[in-house]
Design a protein around this ligand. Structure first.
Ligand SMILES: C[C@@](CO)(OP(=O)(O)O)[C@H](O)COP(=O)(O)OP(=O)(O)OC[C@H]1O[C@@H](n2ccc(N)nc2=O)[C@H](O)[C@@H]1O
Ligand SMILES: Nc1ncnc2c1ncn2[C@@H]1O[C@H](COP(=O)(O)OP(=O)(O)O)[C@@H](O)[C@H]1O
Length: 294
């Protein structure tokens, strides 16, 4: 039996501009993905016989066949005709429907792990293309770099962001991405800006905003309150379509100070921004140490 234990990190959308709606209903956007050093952990084992994909524990409210981990594994089997199976254990830490990309990241980790354990050799390009079928956020996790993104999030340019610490606050609600993108009140007409302007243009606060924030604040008073509270400490923003909100801080000590003040009703954690995903750091390590044991 071969096995591999890997992280599935979270992301933040440091900015999110919705610039139009395509004919297939998907929205074109511009976003800056910041990968974090915190997330879920997945353990993969490949039994000597059988093609079953077995995942535990189950996620509340998600049928096994709909779980992005199982879908990613089956998609790989279909793509390659691979006759191997996998037993997968998920240690879930990221809130679901939180805008932290947990499900997408789980899918990306599964694609990379099984590509390696099943000796498929598909490589990052093909895995990113397969990942896009599973969700718009999957390719950035497959590629594993903080990145400027366009299209539906699949046209990626890796960026090196300044070292940063964040406090991330979960207001206790789960928000459906489809519900926010389908809402008639969402504005979809932001101008297209250049990556350069986004990164260092007309002052971060003018550009570093999220077009979903207004409608999410209106629909979810809990998010509205969380944003106002965290805004005492800096430029607080919504990530993705929510529900989590985050604030960049001047280092870990300040993050710890803010965490101590968080009211009991909210869950919160601190995280460091990474330019290279912890998943890719771990895979490089696994390569070096021959960690995928025979
Ligand atoms: C908004 C973002 C920003 O990073 O993140 P989250 O808040 O979900 O984390 C993403 O674009 C989300 O990506 P992801 O969560 O993978 O979305 P998908 O599963 O592909 O899409 C869920 C649904 O949202 C809508 N959708 C999604 C992406 C997009 N660019 N336009 C859309 O209209 C579609 O109705 C789709 O059926
Ligand atoms: N492995 C998974 N982890 C989390 N959510 C999953 C997973 N598989 C399927 N889902 C579904 O995807 C939805 C979005 O999950 P998630 O990626 O965590 O949030 P978001 O898209 O807001 O960042 C969940 O509400 C859940 O129904």
């Amino acid at each position: 039996m071969r096995s591999l234990t890997l992280p599935a990190p979270a992301k933040l959308n440091r900015l999110l501009r919705i610039t139009g709606r395509r004919e297939d209903g998907y929205h074109s956007l511009q976003t800056l993905f910041q990968i974090l050093d915190r997330g879920d952990t997945l353990r993969f084992e490949t039994p000597p016989r059988g093609t079953d994909i077995v995942l535990s524990p189950a996620l509340a409210g998600v049928a096994e066949a709909d779980n992005l981990i199982v879908r990613a594994a089956r998609r790989l089997q279909r793509e390659t005709g691979c006759r191997q199976g996998a037993t997968i254990t998920l240690e879930k830490r990221l809130p679901m429907g939180g805008g932290l990309g947990g499900g997408s990241s789980n899918a990306a980790t599964t694609l990379l792990a099984l590509d390696r354990l099943w000796d498929l050799g598909l490589g990052i390009e093909r895995l990113a293309t397969l990942g896009l079928e599973l969700g718009a956020d999957v390719p950035v996790f497959v590629r594993g770099r903080s990145a400027w993104a366009e299209g539906v999030g699949e046209r990626l340019s890796a960026v090196d962001l300044e070292p940063a610490w964040f406090v991330i606050l979960h207001p206790g609600v789960e928000i459906s991405t489809a519900a926010i993108f389908g809402h008639p009140g969402l504005t979809r007409d932001s101008t297209v800006i250049s990556m350069r302007r986004a990164l260092d243009g007309a002052g971060p606060e003018a550009v570093w905003r999220n077009d979903c924030e207004r409608i999410v604040r209106a629909l979810h008073p809990e998010v509205d309150r969380a944003l106002d509270w965290l805004g005492q400490y800096g430029h607080a923003m919504l990530t993705g379509t929510g529900a989590c909100v985050f604030c960049p801080l001047d280092g870990e000590t300040q993050a710890d100070q803010v965490l101590q003040q968080v009211p009991d009703e909210w869950q919160a954690f601190k995280a460091r921004g990474c330019n290279l995903s912890p998943l890719h750091q771990a895979l490089d390590l696994a390569e070096g140490l021959g960690q995928a044991q025979a």
